[in-house]
Ligand binder design. Sequence first.
Ligand code: SF4
Ligand code: SF4
Length: 149
Amino acid sequence: MSEKPFWETVPLDKMTTEQWESLCDGCGKCCLLKLEDEDTLELAYTNVVCRLLDMGSCQCTRYPERSRLVPDCITLTPEIIPNLRWMPRTCAYRLLSEGKQLPWWHPLVSGDPDTVHQAGISVRGRVISERRAGDLEDHIVDWPDENIE
Ligand code: SF4
Ligand code: SF4
């Protein structure tokens, strides 16, 4: 009988730093810029990503310093995840906090960091950088599976 993997047995708030960090599938969707309607507080996704995202690998180029360089960049913790209504539905932190399974394309499940791209989950090839985007209002898009609640 095979042992269950750590993400099915260890609660989010009991994971080691290494386990916690490995949950990130590398999709880059939390690095998409969002717009909030001042009156209704409704959020909309854009196809524009943070200037520090490598759009090929979908990794943050300055991960250790991200909070200092981008004050809007939120450091995820088990406590705040349930309150982040804009977190992508496919995000492993969200899935696990909702008691769901990790999907087949998650690198921890597949053993291959490329499956998140092959499955069309990541932002690779579908975004532009905020360095070049101009007015965000011109970049509002619907992301498949990502209706912000
Ligand atoms: S949305 Fe979640 S899984 Fe995707 S890059 Fe962000 S933290 Fe990682
Ligand atoms: S600073 Fe890095 S982790 Fe934060 S939003 Fe930008 S690219 Fe993403």
